[in-house]
Design a protein around this ligand. Structure first.
Ligand code: ZN
Length: 394
């Protein structure tokens, strides 16, 4: 490793420490990272010169001289996040500290021959002319990203096979571009701004149009051999169940994805119940209510199985389907607790607030997490993001 790379990673480690743990004094930074005081003084001076750190209040001390604490400057950089769906794009502009500066929605046809040009044009239209450095673009896709360095996407629901999303966007936008499965991107956001601040092992489960999961193990998103880990929606539930979009029968998603829920409600009510199903259930429709209760139980059993296998500290439930969570909850809780392995039955399942830009915020977090990625897990694109942050664009 070249000396400059080592300096880069040490600066990253300092940012990571302050970004995830809050302000600290120079002495505390040196102790936490096992660095010499001289090194900390030099690197923090550089980071302050780049506008990334600032001196805050004096830390109260018992005897001795009070020390100045250093904190991260939230506006030192920002990133664009894009969520790709089968019929539209959601874009957000997010600061380093997670504050959303703006959001946009654009129609999108992933099956069009020039889909990647349309995607790039949508991103270009959201790039601001001035302001703090734009660190890069994060793209969340409902599929798997096999080669993360190239950003090659396989997404059956978009009709994409081996789509060179990252490579094409990078060439056109001349910015670092990180592409990842959308649920994994949410997990990266949780690691940065949510559960990851207090937990190293957690699960993210999403409900909505699709059903997904991300596994964070020892502080890192587990991607599997081909980037396909966490396809929770395709957990087999019943060999005689409904057909799933993946071509198999009786997957979890075929039962509890939004299309499966509506089909079940229509079957129960001789076609009477209409979408949106949550509204029908909230208005007291018995068929709609029964479908949510059953879906809660199916999801609860499946989630218990996942917990028994992975052993997380906590489970976070996200996705547009959480708007109806009160309808799922009783069925879910009962089935989950009954199926959990002894010793894990009190695990906490937390349903977080959700809005239309949450997926895209996850995508932006792919970029915003890289300055804090002291292990260099984001590879070459992550290095380029860090270079832009410290104003050394190659
Ligand atoms: Zn399936």
């Amino acid at each position: 490793m070249a000396a400059t790379d080592r300096g880069d990673l040490t600066r990253t480690a300092i940012l990571a420490l302050l970004g995830t743990g809050g302000p600290l004094s120079r002495t505390e930074i040196a102790r936490e990272l096992d660095l010499s005081p001289a090194t900390v003084t030099q690197l923090t001076r550089e980071l302050m010169g780049h506008g990334m750190l600032e001196e805050l209040d004096l830390k109260p001390s018992r005897g001795g001289r009070p020390a100045v604490r250093l904190g991260l400057v939230g506006g030192a950089g920002h990133a664009l996040g894009v969520k790709v769906t089968a019929d539209h794009l959601v874009l957000v502009d997010v600061r380093l500290d997670g504050e959303v500066l703006g959001s946009w929605e654009r129609p999108f046809d992933p099956s069009s021959a020039d889909a990647l040009d349309e995607l790039a044009a949508a991103v270009e239209s959201a790039v601001p002319g001035d302001g703090p450095p734009l660190l890069g673009v994060g793209v969340g896709v409902p599929g798997s990203v096999e080669d993360q360095a190239a950003g090659t996407v396989n997404a059956p629901t978009l009709g994409w096979q081996a789509m060179p999303v990252g490579e094409r966007l990078r060439r056109r936008l001349r910015l670092p571009v990180l592409v990842e499965n959308d649920v994994n991107a949410l997990a990266v956001a949780e690691r940065l701004y949510g559960r990851g601040r207090t937990h190293r092992d957690f699960l993210v489960v999403t409900i909505g149009r699709g059903v997904g999961a991300a596994i964070v193990a020892d502080g890192r998103v587990y991607r599997g051999a081909r980037g396909g880990a966490g396809e929770f929606g395709h957990l087999p539930v019943d060999p005689d169940g409904p057909m799933c979009g993946c071509g198999a029968r009786g997957c979890l998603e075929a039962f509890v994805g939004s299309a499966g829920l509506l089909a079940a409600a229509r079957a129960k009510s001789a076609g009477r119940v209409e979408a949106p199903l949550g509204q029908a259930a909230a208005a007291g429709d018995p068929a709609a209510r029964a479908v949510f209760a059953e879906a809660g139980a199916i999801l609860g059993r499946a989630t218990a199985g996942l917990i028994n296998v992975v052993d997380p500290e906590v489970v976070v439930v996200l996705g547009e389907g959480t708007a109806d969570w009160p309808l799922w909850r009783d069925g879910f809780e009962q089935a989950l607790r009954a199926q959990l392995y002894p010793g894990r039955r009190d695990i906490s399942v937390e349903v977080e607030s959700w809005d239309d830009t949450s997926w895209a915020q996850g995508a932006a977090a792919l970029v915003l997490a890289t300055p804090f990625d002291a292990a260099g897990a984001a590879g070459e694109q992550g290095r380029l993001v860090r270079a832009r942050l410290i104003g050394a664009t190659p």
